[in-house]
Each structure stands twice: as C-alpha cells, then as structure tokens.
Design a protein around this ligand. Structure first.
Ligand code: AMP
Ligand code: ZN
Length: 459
C-alpha cells in the first residue's frame, strides 16, 4: 500500500509501526458553527483511508479530536476565540455552542456513513494533558513568556518550516504590523494564552503560568500522543493545515519528545464552489442538512466525493451532485437483478485484485468507481456481480445493501406514487410509466396490486 506523505513529498510504501495495527489521528472539527460539506469532504476521505486499511486486514485505532477551545480567528494567535465569537453571535454559552455543533457533526458522520472513530476526545476534557505537555516543552528550553502568553520559540528548532517548505526569511520580511511585537520570531506561536486582564472568559483554566487557555496547536499533539503513543502511524488534515497547524504540531513534537510524532502526514485538498474556496469562517456553504432539504440523499454526496481524488479536491455543484445521485441509484438498482442472497455468491477474484491495487495506490477512488462500473457492465452473472460490488462497498461505504424499512419511504417518493396512481386512474399510461421510471431511479420499486400499488425500496 502506498500513500503520498507530505513529509517526504512522495508516494511511499506504507509500513505500520505494529504489524497489524495502525494508529491514525485526524484533525477534527472546530465546533463553533455548522460543519459544511467542505469539512465533511475531509472526513469522508479519511473514512475511506480507515476502511481501506480495515479491508486489507489492519486493525485501526482512529482518533479524531473535537476542537472546542482556543482556536482563534487568526492563525497568528490574535483575533477572537472562534468559540466565544459563535457564543456572542447566537446568544448561547460557549459550552452550549460546543455541544450543539458537536452533535451536528456527529449527525453528519452518520448521514455520510463515516465510521465512528475509536476516540473523539474534546480539547476541553484534556486541559491537564496540554498543560503537562507545555511543561515538557518548557523544561526542554523551547518556550518564552510575553505579556499575553507562553510561546514556542521556533528559532530553537532548526528544522522549523522544513515540513511546509516555508521561507522563514520571507515570513520575517513580510511580518505585518499587527503581529505581536513581543514575539521573538514571526512564526512563534502560543502554547498558552493568558485570559485578558479585567475580563472573564467563559472558558479559562488555572495553569502554572496563570489563568488562561491553551493555544490551538497543543491539543492535537497532546491528544494524539495520549491515545496513540509518542510515535504513531498516520496524521491527517486538510491542506490548509500544512503551513501553520501541522508545522507547529511537528515543532511541538520535537520540543516535547525530540522527534516527529507521526510517520505519515496525509492532506486532503479543498473542495471549491463557484471557483472559490469554501470556508466556515467566510460564512460557510451548503451543509449536509441543506442537501437533504434539497431532497438529496446524503450518500449521493459521499458518492460524489469518491469520484474525486483526495489530493485533488473538486469543484462542487448541485448538477454534479445530481449526476452522482443518479449513478448511485443505478448502482442500487443492480440489486433488483439478483434473485438470491448475494452473500452466498463468490466474489470475483480478478476484479478484487484490481480493487486492492487501486486502493493501495494512494486511495485512487475515482479509479475504484470506474472499476465498480466495469464490474457492473461485465458479463459476470448478476449474483457474482452484486457480491463483488458489495465487497467493494466495505470501502466505498455507500450502504448499497441497506434494507430500507417501509415506513422510511421518503415523502417525495410517496408523493410521486400518488401522482402515478392518479395517472393510472386517468388511464394515462405514458405518464404512469414515466413516473415509475423516476421512482425506480430514486431507488424504489412500484408494485401494482389489484386495487392499489405498493412502493418498496429496491433490495
Ligand atoms: P474546521 O472545523 O474549520 O477546523 O475544519 C475541519 C476540517 O475540514 C479541517 O481538516 C479542514 O482542513 C477541512 N476543510 C475545511 N474546509 C474545507 C474544504 N472546503 N474542503 C476540504 N476540506 C476542508
Ligand atoms: Zn489538529
């Protein structure tokens, strides 16, 4: 299995630390507003990584943090705390904001069939661990104190910026006026920020340095190493994290333990919309709920994500989502052709071999989808086809074999069913056939009984 490692800037053979077990840490959401489909793009990609490793027989320990404190609106450790900002905007306490958006995020994980990570630690539940880590970094001589906090001295770490190919000289020249003048180097970052004097923050804690709150980067080093050990296999995040957040995490790892914490650093590219980057802080875009309200199946979004390579990202549009939904439904329809339980049938080994090669090639999911269609159009018998595709679905996570309970038939389908009934009463057979086709494309079968008709999900 090969992954592109940002650390070495090349596709590298994956060698886990333990033979059959892989530790993965994914930078999780900042829970101050609704996660948008750009955020969820990242988590679908990492879910595919986890599922691929599982498919190949590895046990995975997947950790994803919940950032509920300390993430300031500017990467330069200035600006407002995103959580406090969200709290003011909505008139809720920061704790209520955190709970509300964490729940929304968990809901999104379910809707997109993303596996629940093994651990989802919150930053606010790990303040002690963060303090202990800062103490270690301090004892090793990497910190200094200024009026608003304890900072990491990046000049003490010779390789600072190497990870992101940062030009530190340029950074120095370009240091803007608003950058804290007390900082020794422009790239230095806060490990612990002091609460402003004469102001009570909603989230603040006692520490050896005074009342305050942790800087954003320290939580990830503290929680990844707590659950996965001082050295672990894979660290993931969006490509926006390379320059600052992960560069600083790497510095903290060296400051505390004398080495990089993760062997493989993997980054997803961004999805864009109408040509611009989608970001939560600039007002966000569609959420998964928005897509559901527009009558899309959330798994159609998952299908769309699978059609892009995680290092390429994609341009999102509702038209593309519609195309993805139709393709997903056509795939689900293959089940109709099978007459027996597909699990009793053999998986085609030649196709399986191709599948393993493709997921092993830095998770080449667009090629995997092409392979799925190659199987679908092949001359294998329907049962073998379906069994093979269902086997691939362990990684695709499209829930292709899900039984949908009758009462779960969506309003939209029931309405189409009613329209079709009326067409039949009026003996408008062309219209009734057209509606049957639409319903079928949405994943449901209409069965005409003597005086009525029944709609059931395609199994
Ligand atoms: P946040 O909640 O803002 O901390 O972001 C959570 C994750 O979503 C991070 O790993 C980001 O890198 C990622 N992310 C944010 N916007 C996008 C986007 N438009 N496309 C892909 N990933 C994104
Ligand atoms: Zn992180």
């Amino acid at each position: 299995m090969k992954f592109y490692n940002t650390l070495t800037r090349e596709k590298q053979e994956f060698k886990p630390i333990k033979e059959n077990e892989v530790g993965i840490y994914s930078c999780g959401p900042t829970v101050y507003s609704s996660p948008h489909i750009g955020n969820m793009y990242a988590y679908v990609c990492w879910d595919v990584l986890v599922r691929s490793l599982n498919y190949l027989g590895y046990k995975t320990n997947w950790v994803m943090n919940i950032t509920d404190v300390g993430h300031l609106t500017s990467d330069a450790d200035s600006g407002e705390d995103k959580m406090e900002k969200g709290s003011k905007k909505e008139g809720l306490s920061v704790w209520e904001i955190a709970k509300k958006y964490e729940n929304e995020f968990l809901e999104n994980l379910k809707e997109l069939n993303i596996k629940t990570p093994w651990k989802m630690p919150r930053a606010t539940d790990h303040i002690n661990e963060q303090i202990e880590l800062i103490k270690k970094i301090e004892a090793n001589g990497f910190t200094y104190k200024i009026s608003d906090g304890i900072y990491f001295d990046t000049s003490k770490f010779a390789d600072y910026g190497k990870f992101a190919n940062l030009n530190l000289e340029k950074l120095r020249e370009g240091a803007r006026v608003e950058i804290n003048e007390e900082k020794k180097n422009p790239a230095d970052f806060a490990l612990w920020k002091f609460s402003p004097i004469n102001e009570k923050r909603q989230m603040e804690w006692e520490s050896p340095w005074g009342m305050g709150f942790p800087g954003w980067h320290i939580e990830c080093t503290a929680m990844s190493t707590k659950y996965l050990g001082e050295t672990f296999d894979i660290h993931t995040g969006g490509e926006d994290h390379i320059n600052v957040h992960h560069t600083n995490e790497i510095a903290q790892g060296f400051g505390a333990f004398g080495h990089n914490t993760a062997h493989y650093w993997m980054h997803n590219a961004f999805i864009t919309f109408a040509g611009s980057k989608i970001s939560k802080s600039s007002g966000g875009l569609y959420t998964v709920k928005d897509l559901i309200d527009l009558d899309f199946d959330p798994l159609a979004y998952r299908y769309l994500v699978l059609g892009s390579h995680y290092r390429k990202g994609m341009e999102f549009s509702l038209e593309n989502l519609k195309v993805a939904e139709n393709a997903l439904n056509r795939l689900r329809n293959l089940r109709v052709e099978t007459h027996h339980d597909a699990s009793l049938h053999k998986i085609n080994q030649a196709f399986k071999q191709e599948f393993v090669e493709k997921i092993g090639d830095d998770l080449a999911m667009p090629e995997v989808l092409a392979l799925v269609w190659k199987v679908a159009k092949s001359d294998l018998n329907p049962e073998e086809k379906w069994a093979t595709i269902l086997d691939f679905d362990k990684v695709l996570g499209l829930n292709l074999n899900k039984e949908i309970a009758e009462e779960e038939i969506p309003e939209e389908i029931l309405k189409l069913g009613e329209e079709r009934k009326e067409a039949r009463v009026n003996k408008n057979w062309t219209e009734s056939d057209r509606l049957r086709e639409i319903i079928k494309n949405k994943g449901y079968l209409v069965e005409d009984l003597e005086n009525t008709c029944k709609i059931k999900p395609i199994k």
